[in-house]
Write a protein that binds this ligand. Structure first.
Ligand code: SF4
Length: 330
């Protein structure tokens, strides 16, 4: 399948009063046309910073690496060139629609303005397009609804409006950052179904940022697991769910609420992620890993291919681990 976006060796850091935080530390990931790639991890793992870097909306500094899209390196474009891409070629939707919707304008006005910003069409055509897209994302009585204000919609409906706004310019990539986290489970399932429908209809490629493996199970084609600013495992959905290799991935899978248990009890992974002011020398997961070996303390694991589309950063999968333990060097 055709690669539409390629992130190579991306490094992003934040300068704070306490020093430099290395939020993203060498991320490699590709997005194929028409697929949903989920980027999964706990808060602070770098998943949101990675996705914001694609849009060049991160407050951090991209210190190294490239993000290639349609023959261009997005990290090198001017702000004006990026403005043309944002919202038309690549769109983003967020967890809380209220932060991105203007409460003082009708939703119709906001959608139509969005269309007019990127497309040279008449108001009348913009209105028609807005109605069409409302219909598409499952908002009935479009004509009436367009005249209403954001607070007159439920949470699920507001998320549908955000999706409509993100799609109105027919982007080739849609980035959705925790799009269903604020919604109850039934509405969440409906919104995820909507993503799939939209993808079938338009062929849009989706990057889904989430901490929720249940959401990932429902919609993703491929999954990248992030930990402490790195992708520690990447693979197709069935690789990650049925043949997980990284101890952290296995831990995440165990923290899915069990359908058969009375309370939806999560078994969390004990411990906390490392401090990214001073990232550990070896494997970032070493302090929480039940399988940690001596080599893990000293050396960062190197990416090992399990198959042509499944890879993991863990010494357990690396033949050289034994050797390294014996000789003390890689
Ligand atoms: Fe655990 Fe070592 Fe693998 Fe890191 S490299 S996940 S510490 S076994």
């Amino acid at each position: 399948s055709e690669t539409i976006l390629e992130i190579k060796d991306l490094h992003v850091s934040f300068t704070t009063y306490g020093g430099e935080v290395q939020a993203v530390r060498g991320v490699n990931v590709t997005l194929n046309r028409g697929e949903t790639l989920a980027i999964v991890g706990e808060s602070g793992c770098g998943k949101t910073v990675t996705s914001q870097s694609i849009m060049r909306l991160t407050a951090g500094n991209i210190t190294k690496g490239s993000i290639r899209f349609k023959g261009k390196d997005l990290t090198r474009l001017t702000e004006k060139q990026m403005r043309d891409i944002r919202g038309s070629d690549i769109s983003m939707i967020f967890q809380d629609p209220m932060t991105s919707l203007n409460p003082t304008l009708t939703v119709g006005k906001q959608i139509i303005e969005g269309v007019e910003r990127h497309q040279n069409i008449s108001r009348h055509d913009a209105e028609r397009l807005a109605l069409e897209i409302f219909d598409w994302v499952g908002i009935a009585n479009g004509k009436e609804r367009l005249k209403q204000y954001p607070h007159q919609f439920s949470g699920g409906m507001r998320q549908r409006i955000m999706i409509a706004m993100a799609l109105v310019c027919k982007p080739s990539i849609l980035i959705a950052d925790e799009p269903t986290t604020a919604l109850d489970v039934t509405i969440q399932a409906q919104i995820l179904e909507l993503f799939k429908e939209i993808q079938r209809e338009t062929g849009v490629s989706i990057i889904l940022i989430t901490h929720d493996m249940g959401v990932v199970a429902q919609v993703s084609d491929r999954i990248a697991i992030m930990y402490a600013g790195k992708v520690v495992e990447i693979g197709r959905r069935k690789d990650i769910f049925y043949r997980p290799q990284h101890p952290y991935t296995k831990g995440l899978l165990h923290s899915i609420p069990r359908m058969d248990s009375e309370e939806d009890e999560l078994i969390p992974i004990p411990g906390t992620p490392p401090d990214l002011f001073s990232p550990p020398k070896g494997c970032p997961f070493v302090a929480r890993c039940p399988f940690a070996m001596e080599v893990c303390e000293q050396y960062q694991p190197i990416t090992t291919a399990i198959s042509s589309d499944h890879a993991v950063d863990c010494w357990l999968q690396d033949e050289r681990a034994k050797q390294v333990t014996f000789t003390g060097e890689v």
